[in-house]
Ligand binder design. Structure first.
Ligand code: GLU
Length: 487
């Protein structure tokens, strides 16, 4: 046993790295970094039928995206490996057999069919589910006979029938379970694989784990683990079961609330810093009001004592707000660099490349304040880089105007633009605002038509700044092209 804190994140590669899952990793990581301890990643892949191809890569990808580096585990190794449970099967088997030899566990020969009938019967009689202990007291001769017949068996743990099992949870205090609510669960399956309960305990012990931070859903498994620790004569680690994550309507978090793979948030253009900050506050808080915290502030201040018991509310709106705030906090040049890489990836192949960073630097100030996620970038600024296809562009004719009026308005605009001496936002506004009056249309109508003519879009960054950045030639050409298409 070391004095150093050793925390682990122990995902099963059975699906996407969801918010709740990665929150566990993040809290564990923060605790390790706060205490100067070690953060270990261990892959719990003992449920072969539930293993999903690619899940492990996605889980590690999510950790990497959030910069949750691990000190030991897949890819990096360490002194306690292997860190993948399917590579440790002999260990679990030996320990399970040892418990059988000591009379603390037993072979169970019940067939799946028998267990199914047992469950059906229990449901019918409204009895609590659980193994009925048929094989718990088989005699030696009975066992020998079954073994001779080569009937497949599992190993079950002899869980005490009476009394209580209690343990201390760092978040919830003393937690007690009546032993009769726990059955003689399987530790080793007939395929030789351990169940989660056995593998988890064995590895937490052998890897010198000091603190187990995990989701609340595992609280009811903990009495099983506590008893396995006892049976093996191991000291259990300290447990902290993290609060549930709920949707804003306080029901269990689901897809409709935003419970999707964390990587989807990456792909939707959320910044890792914002996601980090957001996840850190899902169940932990510094005080009652601080929302924005840098990673180093979080490391400095994180503590298990300030993790709450009550369900934490996941609000997509808050995440999006936080993300916008992080974008606004970025320097203009930092944002330009990010915008460039997005545009490099997303603009069509026939766009003139390389995309100029200097040009982007002139666009960034127009969108910096209004961006909520990085994925909005392309849609918002692509017209700076692309020709507008399909004249007249959709949405050109404003509400309350017809084609003739629009044509007239654009012709007059084109005339007025020839008078502009220095092409900048202020001058453009000074000329075009009075034009609306002369044309007896609302400024919104005139500017709306100009906007669509020049950008092909109804919603864009501010019009005159956009025209300034686009430049005189392009603006005039697009207006004249639109006029021609209407004529
Ligand atoms: N493999 C379990 C999971 O995916 C780990 C639970 C635990 O941390 O003990 O949630």
């Amino acid at each position: 046993m070391t004095n150093q804190v050793r925390v682990r994140y122990a995902p099963s590669p059975t699906g996407d790295p969801h918010v709740g899952n990665i929150r566990t990793a993040l809290f564990s990581w923060l605790y390790a970094r706060h205490t100067g301890g070690k953060f270990i990643v261990r892959i719990e892949d003992t449920d072969v039928s539930r293993t999903v191809e690619g899940a492990l890569e996605s889980i590690l990808g999510a950790l990497e995206w959030l910069d949750l580096d691990w000190d030991e585990g897949p890819k990096v190794g360490g002194n306690y490996g292997p860190y993948v449970q399917s590579e440790r099967l002999d260990l679990y088997k030996d320990i399970a057999e040892k418990l059988v030899a000591e009379g603390k566990a037993y072979y169970c020969y019940c067939t799946p069919e028998r267990l199914r009938l047992m469950r059906e019967d229990q449901t019918q009689r409204k009895q609590p589910p659980g193994y009925d202990r048929t094989c718990r007291d088989l005699t030696k001769t009975e066992i020998e006979k079954l073994a001779e017949e080569q009937i497949p068996h599992v190993i079950r743990f002899k869980f005490p029938v009476d009394g209580e099992t209690s343990f201390n949870d760092l978040i919830r205090g003393e937690v007690k379970f009546s032993n009769h609510t726990v059955d003689d669960f399987v530790m080793l399956k007939s395929d030789g694989y351990p169940t989660y309960h056995l593998a988890n305990v064995v590895d937490d012990h052998l890897m010198d784990i000091t603190h187990v931070l995990r989701a609340e859903e595992w609280l009811s498994s903990t009495p099983k683990h506590v008893k396995i620790y006892d049976a093996l004569g191991y000291n259990p680690p300290l447990f902290a079961h993290l609060p549930l994550i709920l949707g804003p309507d306080r029901s269990k978090l689901s897809k409709r609330h935003g419970e999707v793979s964390v990587l989807q948030y990456r792909d939707m253009g959320y910044l890792p810093e914002a996601m980090f900050n957001f996840l850190a506050l899902l169940g932990w808080s510094l005080d009652d009001h601080t929302e924005l915290m840098s990673i180093s502030d979080l490391i400095d201040n994180f503590s298990i004592e300030r993790i709450g018991k009550a369900g934490a509310i996941f609000s997509l709106e808050k995440l999006t707000w936080m993300n916008g705030t992080y974008i606004r906090q970025m320097s203009s040049s930092e944002l330009s660099t990010k915008i460039k890489s997005i545009l490099d990836d997303t603009l069509p192949d026939n766009t003139i490349r390389p995309i100029s960073l200097d040009y982007i630097n002139t666009i960034t100030p127009l969108i910096h304040e209004r961006l909520k996620t990085m994925s909005e970038v392309t849609e918002l600024v692509d017209f700076f880089f692309l020709d507008i296809p399909n004249y007249p562009p959709e949405g050109l004719i404003q509400k309350g105007m017809d084609e003739i009026q629009t044509l007239e308005a654009l012709r007059r605009t084109s005339d007025e633009l020839t008078r502009v001496q220095s092409w900048n936002a202020e001058k453009l506004e000074n000329i075009l605002r009075p034009l609306a009056e002369k044309l007896e249309v609302k400024t919104g109508q005139l500017f709306g038509s100009i906007r669509v003519a020049i950008t092909g879009k109804k919603a864009t960054p501010p019009l005159f700044e956009t025209m300034e950045v686009l430049g005189e030639d392009i603006c005039k050409k697009r207006i004249n092209d639109t006029i021609a298409s209407l004529e």
